[in-house]
Write a protein that binds this ligand. Structure first.
Ligand SMILES: *[C@@H]1O[C@H](CO)[C@@H](O)[C@H](O)[C@H]1NC(C)=O
Ligand SMILES: *[C@@H]1O[C@H](CO)[C@@H](O)[C@H](O)[C@H]1NC(C)=O
Ligand SMILES: *[C@@H]1O[C@H](CO)[C@@H](O)[C@H](O)[C@H]1NC(C)=O
Ligand SMILES: *[C@@H]1O[C@H](CO)[C@@H](O)[C@H](O)[C@H]1NC(C)=O
Ligand SMILES: *[C@@H]1O[C@H](CO)[C@@H](O)[C@H](O)[C@H]1NC(C)=O
Ligand SMILES: *[C@@H]1O[C@H](CO)[C@@H](O)[C@H](O)[C@H]1NC(C)=O
Ligand SMILES: *[C@@H]1O[C@H](CO)[C@@H](O)[C@H](O)[C@H]1NC(C)=O
Ligand SMILES: *[C@@H]1O[C@H](CO)[C@@H](O)[C@H](O)[C@H]1NC(C)=O
Ligand SMILES: *[C@@H]1O[C@H](CO)[C@@H](O)[C@H](O)[C@H]1NC(C)=O
Ligand SMILES: *[C@@H]1O[C@H](CO)[C@@H](O)[C@H](O)[C@H]1NC(C)=O
Length: 757
């Protein structure tokens, strides 16, 4: 892009009008195949509660988002997650179109597709093998189904509403959802209302209830309620316990639309949500236009690039889209307690998102981010603990530490204040750090302590300063507890809580207690390993993590990776590893020995730790480029599970050319992809990143850099340098591996004496 084009964009941004419809570059199917688990259906606004899409079964694969590219569609339902794993949640409030009279609504009504599904921001379309076409659009709390039945058939067009429809799990882990009851009512004006209650699923939640309200465009020629597999009850109301339940509606016409509202509060609220958001004249097209406008304004306009390369544009905007499908803004839809605080649910795995998703969330969506932080704190006020993950209004699961602590710390040090009550925020963090969560939901895969919330292995952490093998995931938890305690230190220091700050600063170094200097692997000694009560280390090969699962000493990765993860204490780590050269060699071995997995979050920061050695920043750039080469904007375009957008956020940071050090104000410098990128930070501030002389793939190395116009020799910048008030980064890129980063190394706050407060 020429300077004048950039000037145009700047002018347009200043006047608030969208220059381009960036939603056109979103491939909603990015990352929906081969384990990406992204949801391709309709999410009409960032964080929308309604996520309307198809539910597909192929009899063997869990459909975490409802969607699978192959298999049979057995309903189109209103609620889904995106980019999750373990076992599905949701897939509720469904409709399924059927040709002709439906004698048995509980028979298999599923259909193959006659062609691949299509979709874009705000719309979705499935062509079923029986020639019914289904188009979907939505708003935040309601959805629109538009059915086109084949013409010329002398038969009715039927729609089955199955309250007992919920996404199944085939994995046999005991984490499958159950339908546990419902209500269904036909009203005189032809609409239906009711509720479905479900439980279990990935976070083993107790019963939760969704209310729905459905209206049709026409009067049905016939409608009836069914329960169990006997379709004979024509009375207007039927309450059932665990028998399957729903309604069948048949129409004379071949074009039928249905509008459905949902609510966690009541059927009245579900109808109100519907009538507030989708009126009788709404069309797929009108709702799609509104959804595109919303995504452009709230998200896509915030990051503009000079590139005309379609793949790059698709990568950027499809990645941003994937980042904000969840959590769900359920403000006003919290059945658990009444509060003036915002409420966000579908908080998926802060243990994945804390590394680089949340810091970009703050930059792109500061308003929602502040609401999200307030919601985490309010959940602790009312439920006892902040979530590490949460869905259907219930915390769970926890994989390692209590990583909401890292999230709050990151927000605090970057100046998130507004309406956040930070005294309560710190108190919520302190609860994680001091109160062992009750182990009431015994998890057969990790019966030793709670996998619902908090820090299950806290008793050892408090008693020994490390975690003994009586707790599962002892080593990976210990490393994460260290970073969590560093988060407490950051907030305590900011709030002037001197004693707390000293306590948690100390505890943030406890990862060192798992360091066995004699553990060796591939020419390196010193790794974090399991440790007994008597202080002796458990013999364990650093490349061996057992099964890397719930019951093992390390979750999802081994000692090579977890040894690098106390990112607040890197200088100490470097010294233990044996200094600069050994440190570089160890980082290199992560890749040379294929220990590093770009699709797995525990290793996310390791590739960029070369920035902690003078002059070696170019090595981080080389790693960054190798990682981004694993992505594309297609359906198999994510190198691992999206993990609620964590994987996509990594790619956007690569494009920006920075890497956030969670819980600190530090950003490691990489190398941006584009000639120009402009990020709108809110309050009319912008960060403009330019490069000259470079090429993303063949000439990626930093030759020189100016920050806010000043020559720069440090491998890092801070929040204050470029984000707090905006700024500029001007890179000269090229093919030479220039050792330009000779200035001060990035901070290692826990490796030095605690500053006097
Ligand atoms: C992008 O395309 C526009 C219009 O074709 C052109 O004016 C501009 O120079 C192109 N920018 C780049 C960076 O190629
Ligand atoms: C669907 O429509 C096509 C084209 O009109 C037709 O050939 C096919 O038989 C139809 N399939 C069914 C199941 O009705
Ligand atoms: C439609 O089907 C009904 C019942 O099968 C039959 O009585 C009627 O004649 C058919 N109408 C037409 C137009 O084919
Ligand atoms: C549907 O068609 C039947 C047969 O033509 C007719 O009796 C009935 O009134 C129609 N129902 C509606 C709601 O249009
Ligand atoms: C239909 O449901 C009503 C309401 O529960 C019940 O009283 C009635 O016996 C049912 N009728 C049949 C035929 O099952
Ligand atoms: C829908 O359109 C019709 C015809 O233009 C109009 O009479 C009606 O008021 C509209 N309904 C709403 C809710 O706007
Ligand atoms: C979240 O939802 C509430 C209630 O609908 C709304 O007032 C608020 O603006 C939403 N937040 C964002 C960031 O859209
Ligand atoms: C920190 O740890 C050191 C060494 O373990 C200990 O001497 C000191 O009392 C601790 N300080 C606080 C504030 O806990
Ligand atoms: C490491 O090995 C050396 C030599 O065998 C031994 O003296 C030392 O105590 C060991 N250190 C630990 C922490 O086990
Ligand atoms: C420490 O405890 C472990 C496990 O109980 C035991 O196997 C080991 O022999 C003990 N080591 C020492 C030095 O007492």
């Amino acid at each position: 892009m020429s300077k004048s084009n950039l000037a145009t964009i700047l002018t347009l941004a200043a006047t608030g009008s969208a220059a381009v419809d960036y939603s056109q570059y979103v491939n909603v199917f990015m990352g929906t195949k081969d384990g990406g688990n992204r949801f391709p259906g309709v999410v009409a606004a960032p964080f929308a509660m309604t996520k309307l899409g198809p539910d597909v079964q192929n009899g063997k694969t869990d459909a975490y988002s409802g969607y699978l590219p192959d298999g049979r569609i057995w309903g189109f339902s209103m609620m889904h997650e995106s980019g999750t794993g373990g076992a599905p949640k949701y897939g509720v409030a469904s409709q399924m179109p059927v040709i002709g009279y439906v004698s048995d609504p509980l028979a298999d009504l599923s259909q193959l597709r006659s062609s691949e599904d299509q979709g874009g921001v705000g719309w979705y379309r499935s062509n079923l093998a029986n020639n019914i076409t289904v188009q979907l659009a939505a708003t935040e709390h309601a959805g629109l189904y538009s059915y086109d039945f084949p013409r010329g058939t002398n038969t009715s067009s039927s729609i089955v509403v199955d309250v007992s429809h919920v996404l199944p799990s085939f994995r046999g882990l005991g984490w499958e959802q159950h339908y546990s009851g419902g209500t269904f009512k036909l009203l005189d004006d032809g609409h239906y209302e009711g509720s479905g209650t479900y439980n279990n699923g990935w976070n083993l939640s107790p019963d939760w209830t969704i209310y729905f309200c459905g209206r049709f465009s026409q009067e049905a020629a016939s409608s009836r309620i069914f329960s169990e597999n006997i379709a004979t009850n024509y009375s207007s109301t039927w309450f059932a316990d665990t028998v399957r339940l729903g309604g069948v509606f048949s129409f004379n016409e071949t074009e039928v639309t249905s509008r459905v509202g949902i609510s966690f509060v009541s059927t009245t609220k579900a109808c109100q949500n519907l009538d507030d958001e989708i009126d009788e004249n709404a069309s797929i097209q009108s709702l799609t236009e509104a959804a595109k406008a919303r995504w452009n304004k709230d998200i896509f306009d915030k990051i503009q690039i000079s590139s005309n390369n379609t793949e790059n544009l698709q990568l950027l905007y499809s990645s941003l889209y994937g980042m904000f499908l969840i959590p769900s803004n359920r403000t006003g839809e919290n059945p658990g307690w009444s509060s003036s605080e915002p409420y966000y649910d579908d908080v998926f795995t802060l243990w994945d998102t804390h590394r680089c998703h949340i810091s970009l969330f703050q930059i792109v969506q500061p308003t929602a981010y502040e609401e999200f932080i307030r919601s985490l704190i309010d959940i602790q006020r009312h439920d006892g603990f902040m979530p590490d993950a949460r869905s259907s209004n219930f915390n769970g699961r926890v994989q390692g530490g209590s990583n909401a602590d890292n999230v709050l710390a990151d927000a605090y040090v970057k100046g998130v204040r507004g309406s956040v009550n930070w005294e309560d925020g710190f108190s919520a963090m302190r609860t994680n750090a001091e109160v062992t969560p009750p182990n009431t939901l015994i998890d057969p895969k990790a019966p030793d302590s709670s996998t619902k919330e908090g820090r299950g292995a806290l008793p050892d952490w408090l008693q020994y300063g490390y975690i003994t093998p009586r707790f599962t995931r002892a080593v990976s938890r210990a490393v994460e507890y260290s970073t969590n305690d560093f988060g407490l230190y950051q907030v305590a220091a900011g709030l002037g809580k001197t004693e707390d700050a000293a306590t948690y600063f100390n505890r943030s170094r406890n990862w060192r207690n798992h360091w066995n200097p004699n553990a060796t692997s591939e020419g390196h000694s010193g790794f974090v390993v399991p440790r007994q009560v008597n202080g002796s280390f458990v013999p364990q090969g650093p490349k061996d993590c057992g099964g890397c699962y719930w019951g093992d000493a390390y979750y999802e990765d081994n000692a090579w990776i977890y040894s690098m993860n106390a990112i607040h204490d890197v200088a100490e780590l470097k010294e233990r590893i044996g200094g600069d050269e050994r440190f570089i060699d160890r980082l290199d071995k992560l890749f040379d020995l294929k220990i590093f997995n770009a699709g797995n979050e525990p290793g996310f920061t390791s590739p960029y730790l070369y920035n902690f050695v003078h002059g070696q920043q170019w090595r981080s750039v080389a790693r960054a480029r190798a990682i981004s080469a694993l992505y594309n904007s297609g359906e198999s375009g994510l190198p691992g599970n999206s993990d609620a957008g964590a994987m996509e956020s990594l790619l956007v940071w690569q494009m920006i050319g920075l890497w956030p050090m969670t819980g600190q104000t530090t950003f490691l410098i990489l190398a941006p992809w584009f000639d120009r990128m402009m990020i709108t930070l809110g309050n009319d501030k912008t960060l403009v990143i330019s490069t000259t002389g470079g090429n993303r793939d063949s000439a990626p190395y930093v030759q020189s850099l100016k920050v806010n116009g000043e020559p720069w020799d440090k491998s890092w910048v801070t929040w204050a340098d470029i984000f707090a008030n905006g700024g500029t980064l001007d890179f000269v890129l090229g093919t030479d591996k220039v050792e330009w980063s000779t200035g001060d190394l990035p901070p290692s706050p826990a490796s030095v004496e605690m500053p006097t407060l």
